[in-house]
Design a protein around this ligand. Structure first.
Ligand SMILES: [Zn+2]
Length: 124
């Protein structure tokens, strides 16, 4: 994975989130890139809860819901389920970032055909 345009993947683009791709394409700033680089994605809430997802599974989750997989966007759209269960209401993540840790939760993985198609679309 080298210099690729990820614009196609942003169903909802946010000007501030997009600029990071323009400035530095080498820093993974979204789930798709983390998946392409074989990394995981760690989501941490301000109250210390965290979850590590396989990036492919998280990308597929975003893709099917038509939500942006940009880390900054996910900070605004995800909510901590443990905080919700504890009655704290909607608590947004403190950070969504690339990780090397092993996944601690499972999401369905994309069918290989869909993943390959996504890679082709990015590279073309
Ligand atoms: Zn929490």
């Amino acid at each position: 994975m080298g210099m690729v345009s990820l614009r196609l993947f942003h169903f909802r683009s946010h000007a501030d989130g997009m600029s990071r791709y323009v400035d530095d394409l080498r820093v993974p700033t979204c789930v798709f890139e983390a998946a392409a680089w074989q990394e995981t994605v760690k989501i941490t809430c301000p109250h210390g809860h965290s979850v590590v997802h396989d990036a492919h599974g998280l990308w597929w989750w975003c893709y099917r819901r038509r939500v942006s997989d940009n880390f900054l966007d996910l900070c605004r759209t995800l909510a901590c389920s443990q905080c919700k269960d504890a009655g704290k209401g909607v608590v947004r993540p403190a950070s969504v970032a690339r990780s090397r840790e092993k996944p601690t939760a499972e999401l369905p993985l994309p069918p290989e055909r869909e993943w390959k198609r996504a890679l082709r679309r990015i590279r073309s």
